[in-house]
Design a protein around this ligand. Structure first.
Ligand SMILES: *Cc1c(COP(=O)(O)O)cnc(C)c1O
Length: 368
């Protein structure tokens, strides 16, 4: 049996008629950037996230950059960043002219560790980048209390947490800004790059909309220097179609997560993802912690099963941050996780027999 890590073709086949219809109307409109479909998507997305504004952009990396710009983050500022995430977070802090300060992550849920975060706050700390890793939100009660007390801003990286919830509120609606990626492999993916920033603040929304369009509201009327980061009309039309299916797909992923749990519970050498109290997990990634991770990965590959590692190196240990001279003991949890985490395939089209085959191979590896 062959089990790819991700398989996007079956999803397309299932919604093909709807997609072809909207692609046809975008092509016939003759408008390929912005326009009607982009406006409709922004309003539907803001609505579903429970916020006032959604500003579309080219990708989440640009979105993070613009979100921080809109909050006035720049030279002399420090921004707290979890040690275990994608490099966009720390890289965009640096490109804003500020300094990323790394924080260790939680043992059980892998998001930013509130206690370690508290210990890293200085007079220069302007904001924290809260990453809702793998489809589950961070500990928002503790983090909100802490940021409120210390008067620091929150940027939420929701690239992996579309429609995840904490205490009934959607990811992205807690901070000043929330940033989403619609890269094809994400929980809700376009057919190319796309992203967006959500906010409740009209001044930030206004700034980001102009910043993403060369600092202009109207052509040639440049109010300040900005960048070009806009959403294609085609991607917006595709995303609007997918919004009608996304809740069902997320529910199915929760069912698959349950299949994994039932079948892998007995394996003492691995620990399964846990659900935080008050949280709605969307299982963007199903990451287990395991002994002999690299050997298991290779064994599964030999049996036709593709897995991934998110992430093989914690950010502080990557080359761009060598100058900070961090040691493994600075981030003991992240340092362990990079050796133990393994992401198993999880997508709505995965069948029960595929999951059983996969779990049997894991049991064979550990239990013989
Ligand atoms: C994918 C991802 C990003 C970057 O998104 P792009 O749209 O590819 O720029 C940022 N942060 C996290 C946590 C991600 O998973």
């Amino acid at each position: 049996m062959e089990i790819p890590f991700l398989e996007l073709k079956s999803q397309y086949q299932a919604i093909r008629e709807e997609i072809e219809q909207v692609i046809g109307s975008v092509f016939n409109s003759g408008r390929f950037v912005g326009g009607e479909s982009v406006r409709a998507f922004e309003s539907a997305f803001a609505n579903k996230c429970g916020v006032k504004y959604a500003i579309s952009c080219g990708n989440a990396t640009d979105g993070l950059f613009m979100a921080m710009k809109s909050m006035g983050i720049g030279k002399g500022d420090e921004v707290l960043v979890p040690a275990m995430t994608w490099i966009s977070d720390s890289a965009m802090v640096s490109l804003c002219g500020a300094k990323p300060v790394f924080v260790d992550v939680e043992e059980d849920f892998f998001c930013i560790h509130p206690k370690d975060m508290a210990s890293k706050i200085t007079k220069k700390t302007k904001a924290v980048l809260i990453v809702h890793l793998y489809g589950q939100t961070a500990q928002m009660d503790e983090l909100r209390e802490l940021t409120h007390l210390q008067q620091i801003g929150i940027i939420e990286d929701c690239a992996q947490a579309h429609f995840a919830e904490f205490d009934g509120k959607k990811a992205g609606s807690f901070g000043q800004t929330g940033v989403f990626s619609f890269y094809p492999s994400k929980t809700m993916g376009a057919y190319g790059d796309a992203g967006c920033v959500i906010t409740q603040h009209s001044d930030m929304a206004d700034f980001i909309r102009k910043f993403a369009n060369h600092g202009a509201e109207h052509k040639n009327d440049h109010l300040f220097e900005g960048i070009n980061s806009r959403m294609d009309s085609l991607q917006a039309a595709v995303l609007l179609v997918k919004m009608n299916h996304i809740d069902r797909w997320i529910a199915k992923k929760n069912v698959i997560a349950q299949w994994y749990k039932e079948q892998l519970q007995e394996v003492a050498d691995i620990s399964l993802p846990q659900i935080r109290s008050k949280a709605r997990h969307t299982f963007h990634i199903f990451a287990i912690r395991c002994k002999q991770r690299d050997e298991l990965k290779e064994f599964l590959a030999k049996n036709g099963i593709q897995t991934e590692i998110h992430y093989p190196k914690a950010l502080p240990f990557l080359k761009p941050y060598h100058h900070l001279k961090h040691k493994e003991s600075d981030f003991p949890i992240a340092a362990r996780l990079e050796k133990e985490l393994l992401s198993l395939p999880i997508y709505p089209e995965l069948t029960r027999s595929q999951v059983s085959y996969l779990c049997d191979k894991i049991k064979l590896f550990y239990l013989g």
